[in-house]
Design a protein around this ligand. Structure first.
Ligand SMILES: Cc1ncc(COP(=O)(O)O)c(C=O)c1O
Length: 379
C-alpha cells in the first residue's frame, strides 16, 4: 500500500462498531466497567481514548514506528520525550532547533538537572566532541527551523548507536509523507501536528512515534503520568487533516520550488534557504533521505525596515506564527518562533534581522508569485 492509499485505508480508520467512514468522536472522560475482574480496553481518557487511539495508530503506521502517541501540542510532545530522561542526563541538540524546544531545554529542563549542549550537527565531529559519559539523547531537526539546514540522519543515527544514545528527530517540516526518520535508524520521531498534519490552522497537536516496545512504554508512562493528551475532537481534526496531507504537500511543494527559484534571482533578496535549490549545501543529502524539499523556505532581505515594508505590501500570506497550512504563512523568526532565543544566539545561527520564513499554502502559484514580486518592487 502506497502512502497516499494508507492514510485513507489504514487499519482502524473505518469504525469497527458501525462502519462509519469518519472516526467517531468519543467525547467521554470515563468508561463504564462491568466489574473489577473484567478491565475494559478503555477506562479513562487520559490513559486512552478510542478516537485518539485511531490517530495514534495511524501516525505509527505513517512513520513506520512501533507505536504512536498524541499530545496537546507539539511542544507537549517534545517535552514528553525529553521527560523520559533523568536528572543528571545530558542532551546534545542541533543548534538551530525550534525556538520553543530551545526554551524548554535551556529554561525548564536545566532546572531539573537535564543539561543540553547545542552544536552544528551538520558537522559530525562537533556532535561527537559534545558527547560526554552523561549524554543520553541526540535531538535533531532536518530541515532545521528557520535556516533549512540539512543533517545526515543515517550518519548521525550510526554515531548515536555507537555511543548508546537515543536519537530524536523533529519531523514537523517534512511530515512522514516526505521523510521517515525511523527508516534511517532514528528511535523517536516528534511532530507538531499543528502544522502539515492538521493542515488548516485550526488545531494545536503534537505526535510522537517510537521504534521499539521499550521506548513505547517510556513515552506512555509520561503521556499518562503528565497528562498533556490530545482531546478527542482535536484528534478527529487531525485524522481529517491527514486524509489530504499528500495532496496538500505535493501542491505546496511545487509552488515553494517556483517561489524559491524566483527569490534566488531577485536583487532585493540576499539569500534563499530551500533544500530544493541545487546550490543548497545539503541538497544531495536531503535528496537521499527525503522524497521532496517541502513547502517551507526562508529568505533574507536587507534589514528589519525592508521586512516591515515587504510584509505590509503583501496581499495574500497571513503574517503569523506557524506553518504548514492551506493558506500561506509568512513569519518573522527573530520576533516570532525564535523570540525566545537571545539575539546573539540567533545571530550565531544565521537568524538575522532581515530573515523571513514562508510556508507555502494552496493559493494559485502565479497569484503568490505576483504578490511577492509587487511587494519586492516597492522596497
Ligand atoms: C519544528 C517545530 N517543532 C515543534 C513546534 C512546536 O509545536 P506546537 O506549536 O504545536 O507546540 C513547532 C511550532 O512552531 C515547530 O515549528
Amino acid at each position: 500500500m502506497k502512502f497516499e492509499t494508507m492514510v485513507l485505508h489504514a487499519e482502524g480508520l473505518v469504525d469497527k462498531e458501525t462502519g462509519a467512514s469518519s472516526t467517531p468522536i468519543y467525547q467521554a472522560s470515563t468508561f463504564h466497567q462491568e466489574d473489577f475482574d473484567h478491565p475494559p480496553t478503555y477506562d479513562y481518557s487520559r490513559s486512552g481514548n478510542p478516537t485518539r487511539h485511531v490517530l495514534e495508530s495511524l501516525i505509527a503506521q505513517m512513520e513506520g514506528g512501533k507505536a504512536g502517541f498524541a499530545f496537546a501540542s507539539g511542544i507537549a510532545a517534545m517535552t514528553a520525550v525529553i521527560l523520559t530522561l533523568r536528572a543528571g542526563d545530558h542532551v546534545v541538540a542541533c543548534e538551530d532547533i525550534y525556538g520553543g524546544t530551545y526554551r524548554a531545554l535551556t529554561r525548564v529542563f536545566s532546572r531539573l538537572g537535564i543539561e543540553a549542549t547545542f552544536v552544528d550537527a551538520t558537522d559530525l565531529d562537533q556532535v561527537a566532541a559534545a558527547i560526554t559519559d552523561k549524554t543520553k539523547m541526540l535531538l535533531l531537526e532536518t530541515p532545521s527551523n528557520p535556516t533549512l539546514r540539512i543533517l545526515n540522519l543515517t550518519d548521525l543515527a550510526t554515531l548515536a548507536k555507537d555511543k548508546s544514545l537515543i536519537t530524536v528527530v523533529d519531523n514537523t517540516f517534512m511530515s512522514p509523507y516526505l521523510q521517515r526518520p525511523h527508516d534511517l535508524g532514528i528511535d523517536i520521531v516528534v511532530h507538531s501536528g499543528t502544522k502539515f498534519l492538521g493542515g488548516h490552522s485550526d488545531v494545536l497537536a503534537g505526535l510522537v512515534t517510537v521504534k521499539d516496545e521499550h521506548l513505547a512504554k517510556e513515552v506512555y508512562l509520561i503521556q499518562n503520568g503528565f497528562g498533556a493528551v490530545l482531546a478527542p475532537y482535536d484528534s478527529w481534526l487531525l485524522l481529517r487533516g491527514i486524509k489530504t496531507l499528500s495532496l496538500r504537500m505535493k501542491q505546496s511543494q511545487e509552488t515553494a520550488q517556483k517561489i524559491a527559484l524566483f527569490l534566488a534571482s531577485h536583487q532585493q533578496v540576499r539569500q534563499v534557504y530551500y533544500p530544493g535549490l541545487p546550490d543548497h549545501p545539503g541538497f544531495a543529502i536531503h535528496r537521499a533521505q527525503a522524497k521532496g524539499a517541502g513547502a517551507v523556505l526562508s529568505f533574507e532581505l536587507a534589514d528589519q525596515d525592508a521586512v516591515k515594508k515587504f510584509q505590509q505590501k503583501l496581499a495574500y500570506p497571513l503574517y503569523a506564527v506557524s506553518l504548514g497550512a492551506v493558506e500561506s504563512i509568512l513569519s518573522y523568526p527573530s520576533r516570532m518562533s525564535h523570540a525566545a532565543m537571545p539575539r546573539e544566539e540567533r545571530l550565531k545561527r544565521g537568524i538575522r534581522d532581515g530573515l523571513l520564513r514562508l510556508s507555502v499554502g494552496l493559493e494559485d502559484a502565479d497569484d503568490l508569485l505576483g504578490d511577492i514580486e509587487q511587494a519586492l518592487a516597492q522596497l
